[in-house]
Design a protein around this ligand. Sequence first.
Ligand SMILES: *[C@@H]1O[C@H](CO)[C@@H](O)[C@H](O)[C@H]1NC(C)=O
Ligand SMILES: *[C@@H]1O[C@H](CO)[C@@H](O)[C@H](O)[C@H]1NC(C)=O
Ligand SMILES: *[C@@H]1O[C@H](CO)[C@@H](O)[C@H](O)[C@H]1NC(C)=O
Length: 355
Amino acid sequence: MELLSYTFFLFFLIAGEEVCANAQDRRMKTLTHHHHTYGRFRPTKLFVFGDSYADTGNNPMSLASSWKAPYGATFPGKPAGRYSDGRVLTDYLARFMGIKSPLPYKFRKYGPGKLRCGLNFAYGGTGVFDTGNLLPNMTTQIGLLQRLIKDKVYTKRDLKASLALFTVSGNDYDAYTSNGGTEEGLPAFITNVVNQMAIDLKRVHHIGIRRVLVTTLQPIGCLPRQTVYSSYKQCNETENTASEYHNQLLQEVVATLNNNTKESSFIILDTFSAFKTVLDSKTVLTGNSKFSLKPCCEPTRIDANCGSLDKNGKELYTVCNEPESMFFWDTVHPTQAGWRAVYLTLRSSLNSINA
Ligand SMILES: *[C@@H]1O[C@H](CO)[C@@H](O)[C@H](O)[C@H]1NC(C)=O
Ligand SMILES: *[C@@H]1O[C@H](CO)[C@@H](O)[C@H](O)[C@H]1NC(C)=O
Ligand SMILES: *[C@@H]1O[C@H](CO)[C@@H](O)[C@H](O)[C@H]1NC(C)=O
């Protein structure tokens, strides 16, 4: 089963278009050229560092839920390594840029043409520090790109035409808690995490990537794994306060980083506010029913996850009929519809990439 979907996936990659930019992008470039707006930055490559909010297939097929049914049911129609029923933030950012979603690093050997879109180094479950899963932390992820630069896969000129996305969505804090970290110690640990983010962001820019996007920490108290205790009625505000503290520190370090570069090289993508806006709004941007806090794919046992099977192969989860009307896919990740709504909310702030 695993092997079959792997083979199919490779076929899919090889059969895909060789060029990175899509038709719309080529049209836009012609337009831009015609009007002599040479000052605008139009990145043609995307390099992604982060966790499951950005991973599009790097995690091991044999272990990760992202490669199990019912993940990927909406897009591409079968499990393909995304922690959602379909597209995630990376895919929507690539769409905004007018390029194809960058290939997961793991598949770099199978789609040479697609290296032109950049690469995705994000691994679900990782953090800036090690989170106890033997997957590459952010330091190691950045090192993977550095090695490719050393091997001349990407040139200085490529990097100058590139955008980086950096997602840190809380795995460091989960690891902190499961390692017995105390509530009193949390503010100091949040400071450590954000300071490490600053080191990583600076390094990505120093490598030569012209502009670096970094997401704020989403309202972690609104994730279904928390709201389940109130039957998905309300967010845990104590946890959201931790997100806000993280984000406040992040704003400060990013302001300092920008102060030390000629142009504003670092841009905050405020996913915290976008999640809040989308979850609080009375109507969804795409329809007329409000998103709830309930996940589409819901475990039926406390020790199960979306995608879990019991020893007889029976599903330990239920899946909703209309994932397109739900914000959350599983207990921590948005659906494709959720990401799309977040993306539409963030789109105006994405324009500063091109400034
Ligand atoms: C990242 O991982 C590497 C390899 O496991 C480790 O040596 C390094 O200390 C880690 N970096 C951080 C900041 O935790
Ligand atoms: C909110 O989260 C905190 C920290 O995880 C926890 O101690 C508290 O019990 C939670 N409150 C509710 C109402 O679930
Ligand atoms: C930015 O630089 C100016 C001048 O050096 C300084 O006064 C200001 O405090 C700096 N701001 C930040 C956020 O570092």
